[in-house]
Write a protein that binds this ligand. Structure first.
Ligand SMILES: [Zn+2]
Length: 269
């Protein structure tokens, strides 16, 4: 693998999980234990002792747009903890449709259940919004969970939060209107990315809510005419998130409540 003329060996990549076109550096805090933690909710939730279990193994990697982190049925070798950007979990159907079932952003971790259970990926994972993440081997994450019950409990709660998002997405796509689904999904993307400005093509928005592209185009125009969003050539800005919440279905608040409960700081540090 090469990136900007570098090989895996040049940038000290581990032998496993050397994803294409991914540049990575050792985390500063790996050599400076007192340094602040990377800005990720899972890492922030860990006690000092639990963070030390994985700190030496964390690497900072770029999440480039459309980068495929794993394909369904492949072994997931690395877990990703976004600082910025959003990872999309996708199922692919036999006729070629690709439908997003969940997103993972700065508040959580991709790879929790691969570390706790089976390493074979149940869905594909692609970078939706480019950014930066901490990454480490799934085996390192598993080792930490085996060494510490509190680490395992935190990892399980983050995995459950993603599971809650997936099951709500199933109900949402089956029952709610395209407009309310798009509003829900844009608000979630905003939360996970931590920005009102998003780069999303109509194709990716259609995939995010399991709708046809022309339906998404019509609904995006409606939201824009109501001045809830501004959209131009993939550049999308949420002008009025509070009003957009009124257009969203119940699923936005339901998923947020699950996340707030499951990821709430515990008194176990
Ligand atoms: Zn819904």
């Amino acid at each position: 693998m090469t990136f900007a003329g570098l090989t895996c060996a040049d940038v000290n990549l581990p032998e496993t999980g050397c994803a294409p076109f991914m540049r990575e550096t050792a985390l500063d805090s790996a050599s400076r234990p007192s340094a602040s933690r990377p800005p990720n909710g899972f890492l922030s939730a860990l006690s000092t002792d639990d963070f030390e279990l994985i700190r030496p193994h964390l690497r900072t990697v770029d999440l480039s747009e459309d980068l495929v982190l794993v394909e369904i049925d492949d072994t997931l070798k690395r877990a990703y903890l976004p600082h910025r950007g959003v990872i999309s979990l996708i199922v692919k159907l036999a006729r070629g449709e690709q439908i997003q079932v969940a997103m993972i952003g700065r508040d959580s971790v991709f790879g929790a259940f691969s570390a706790l259970g089976d390493p074979i990926a149940l869905n594909s994972a692609v970078v939706l919004i480019p950014g930066v993440a901490s990454a480490l081997g799934v085996d390192r994450l598993r080792d930490a969970a085996d060494q510490s019950t509190t680490f395992r409990a935190t990892l399980m709660r983050h995995g459950l939060a993603v599971h809650a998002q997936i099951q709500q997405t199933v109900g949402c796509n089956a029952s709610h209107s395209v407009e309310s689904r798009l509003a829900r999904c844009l608000l979630q993307t905003r939360d996970f990315a931590g920005s009102d400005k998003l780069f999303l093509t109509q194709e990716s928005m259609a995939q995010m809510i399991g709708a046809r592209r022309n339906s998404v185009s019509l609904v995006a125009n409606t939201l824009q005419q109501a001045n809830l969003i501004h959209y131009s050539r993939g550049h999308l800005e949420l002008n009025d998130p509070d009003s957009l919440r009124r257009s969203a279905c119940e699923c936005y608040a339901t998923v947020k409540a699950h996340y707030d409960r499951l990821l709430r700081p515990r008194c176990e540090h």
